[in-house]
Design a protein around this ligand. Structure first.
Ligand SMILES: [Zn+2]
Length: 59
């Protein structure tokens, strides 16, 4: 697993259609202040859908 810097926050990218979490990533809070929204392929919807950032709760 990649080492996480202290300023990096682990997040998930959640499909806005089926609400499933499909991708894990992390972002640097100091560099990225806006919420991330990306078009990604959802294997549940079988289509490109908007994926929104979702915070992972707990550890
Ligand atoms: Zn989906």
């Amino acid at each position: 697993m990649a080492k996480l810097k202290r300023s990096d926050t682990l997040i998930t990218m959640r499909c806005s259609v089926c609400k499933r979490r499909n991708y894990y990533t992390h972002k640097n809070k100091k560099q990225v202040e806006r919420k991330i929204e990306l078009k990604k392929f959802c294997s549940w919807c079988r289509a490109q859908t908007p994926h929104k950032e979702a915070r992972i709760t707990g550890k």
